[in-house]
Ligand binder design. Sequence first.
Ligand code: ATP
Length: 273
Amino acid sequence: MTDIPQPEQVLDPDALEQVLAGPGDRFRHDYLEVRGLRVEFDGFVAVDGVDLTVTQGDLRFLIGPNGAGKTTIVDAITGLARASGSVRFGGVELLGKASHRVARAGVGRTFQTASVFDELSVLQNLDIAAGSRRKARTLLRRRSAVPEVVEQALETVGLTALRDAPAGVLAHGQKQWLEIGMLLVQDSRLLLLDEPVAGMSHAEREQTGLLLQRIGAQRTVVVVEHDMEFLRSFASSVTVLHQGRVLSEGTVAQVQADPRVVEVYLGSGRKER
Ligand SMILES: Nc1ncnc2c1ncn2[C@@H]1O[C@H](COP(=O)(O)OP(=O)(O)OP(=O)(O)O)[C@@H](O)[C@H]1O
């Protein structure tokens, strides 16, 4: 007689959850909810009661004139600027947390200037971001076995062929992609990207847009950007800020047709970047 497994032997709850959860399911209930966000610098109110809801699968662009408060919002979300109000992601309150704890809650950001280690290889940069516990000596040695998460990130950002190249030799766009890859291996489920296509060629911008769409299909992505052509091609929704407040929000077509947006941001006198 064959030994028939008992139900409790078959239904290991952890294994079952893994089987039931498709690859994208892990992100499905993620959303960013900002309420009444306020940031003050020595009496100057840079962010003045901002509400923002961004759901997983949305590719949200934050735009507005210089000084509108876009970067300060990202700083507040990531624990780099003291703020009041509320910022929740995945049900976790982020305000008041130190930036490393915000990162641990699944929130990653890039800066206007890419911050990769130029003398280390693409792979080593990703390894460090993955928080590998291997000793520095082993970390710096070329290896044959690459963790799957790193392999996947290389593939996603299109840098597989350059994995052993020093990051310093990468083109400007490739460095930005490496930084995005570093957020992926850190398992950031919310990505906040500050002017990711600034200084990129047209071809690099196109590739970056497609990359963000791929990532944005699963994760929650907020892009701070001035490049209107890029926005028109890739944004699924837009929030327009002006003097620390939300001026308008909607699809690209809706905000472009909003007379207040035309007046303060898209007006004929404004030179598009
Ligand atoms: N650390 C700081 N101390 C004092 N004021 C600051 C500080 N950081 C930002 N500000 C001010 O807050 C306002 C918002 O700045 P912020 O950088 O968020 O604007 P932005 O919309 O990102 O602009 P840009 O498009 O030029 O990057 C600006 O008036 C800026 O001078």
